[in-house]
Design a protein around this ligand. Sequence first.
Ligand code: ZN
Length: 712
Amino acid sequence: MPVHSAPSVAMRAVLLASAVVIGLGATVAQNPQPMPGYGAASAAAQRRIESDAIAVPSPTNAAEYARALSREPHMSGTPAQARTRDYVIERMRSWGLETEVRAYEVWMPHPTSVRVWRVAPDARELTLAEGPVPGDSTSSMPEVPPVNGYGGSGDVTAEVVYVNYGLIEDYATLDSLGVSVRGKVAIARYGRSFRGIKAREAERHGAVALLIYSDPQDDGFVRGDVYPVGPMRPPQGIQRGSVFNGTGDPTTPGTPSRPGAKRIPLAQSGVAKIPVVPISYGNAGELLRDMRGTPIPQPWQGGLPFRYHIGPGPVSARVAVATDTATAPYKTIWNTFGIIRGTEFPDEMVLIGGHRDAWGPGAGDNVSGTVSVLEAARAVAELAKRGVRPKRTMVFATWDAEEWGLVGSTEYVEDDSLRLLRGAVAYLNQDVSAQGPSFGGGGSPSLRATLRAIARTIDDPSGKGTVYDVWRRASSVADSVEPPMGDPGGGSDFAGFYNHLGIPHSDWGFGGGGGVYHSAYDSRHWMETFGDPGYRYHAAAARVGAAMMLRLANADVLPYDYVEYARTMRRYVPAVDQAITSRKWGTSSSALSASIDHMERSARAFNATRDSALARTLPAPTRRSANAALLRVERALTRPEGLKTRSWYRNLIYAADENNGYANIVFPSVNEAIRAGDATLAQREVDDLARRFDAAASALDDAARALTGSGK
Ligand SMILES: [Zn+2]
């Protein structure tokens, strides 16, 4: 258990300097635990540095930045989004950071008109706007249209068919019931997959348009009181969001969208051709209530107060979407960077980032993450002003157009891939980092121990111990087991760094219940009433960010935990075995098990070597060459040609499931080959992955040799 001490001098100065009482602990937890990657003297210095840094982020500052950034809807490609760019740059400059803005020209048609009518049995146009609610000032500003980014345009009228969640298995059920969506308007509820999969499947099955709505059973009054009385989605609330299944600008896969970039024809880009429109459950009720025809399987019943039917009809709908594709399809997007150069290893970089664009005012998604990045930057900048500079370069980034398909971060990664491959130590992502009290974290297994260690040093805003303590108790696991963490699949800006380049990644945030995701009501009023009323969790997320950045930037030897990594990998092997056995193939996964054992042995040996080497002072060149070898470990688990199904995904450990989009697939090269029923390919992929684990083990051996001076 961490020991709580009296406030440090720096902390007291901060408390005195600010007029408000900082609700978040007046104590700074000390970390009595060993600090992997640090020698004794540097560990002591580092504890002081981290404790000074985590004293800086404050709810007062977080509130100021959050209010400024959530004062208006700021969809990518709009003047409002240029204002958030200027705000972030101006803040970072004022703290003394070097700043940079990088612009890209991306294909991103905006809707100019989105309309939906019920045309039969009786005709009326649906009111798509979410509209003002009392007490929420931004809800009376002009709304971002109800848009599914990268949906098609058109004007179609047809009978309606209810397709449940619109998943592959739902269409199989429709087939078995003899119902086709060909030529129809499909209506699907949100949930159980990324919405892009719903659009892809509707189009594949011949629908002429797709409406996606939030069912109250999954996201509405069945879950709790609705906004503005409670935090849940009200009947008029809409979940906007992209339906593009790829990553980055759809017209420049694998290359940055700099002016004059070579672009692929739209037909090859994978964007939806049919109009796709998100609607509220209020409007969905107008269509679903009078549906008849095929009865539903019982699990298809949702939370609206009538019996659901599949149709087709007798309800018909007209869906009309117009965009600026013909006139102004390209928009300028802007990523921002705040940089502090490293004193000792300036070419090694630790990056933290969060997306700056939103579908509305975006208080949770993602003003909260942007504020976390800003406050972490301010904390480190304060130290730098006092002459405490990081050994490695730190980069504090905000990304544009994440909401359209991770566009800003992806274009950046494709632009700077060589520098990142060579020098990026870690990428930390902040997406919805504070909208409730429940801490969660995830990322590469190599960084999980570091995140747990940092969570032990920061007081939880609840006053009930450290962030780690509260997290542990909430996850109700046995004493000997750590709280579970999420694996990196898809769905946020880490994808370019982790899934494309193999850069170790970590993320965290404080979550809670709510129903304003991608709605006009993801607003300051919602946040200050329900999400994080005192901005204390915003500040706590930033403390974690500042400490993570410093821990990774100052380590003598990079603190990756490849023992935990290898052990995590081993847990995935039995499922591979089972899948092979159940197919009665002659394929064997034994090479995989052996190579993971090999990696764990090398990781253990490396840790022992590192810990004894750190007992003495290591010259910088020794540390540099050990760290260079460590950077190769996870890069070795990528392959340049990527997955067979998706070449952009080079990381062979985790990927987004191509049939779900949010869910994660482990060992994707192997498991996709098994799923495809290709025994020969599965064996080849097992052997290929095993060779890469062996290469990762060799990189660990090289790192150990670098430390003992018996390098090649
Ligand atoms: Zn987000």
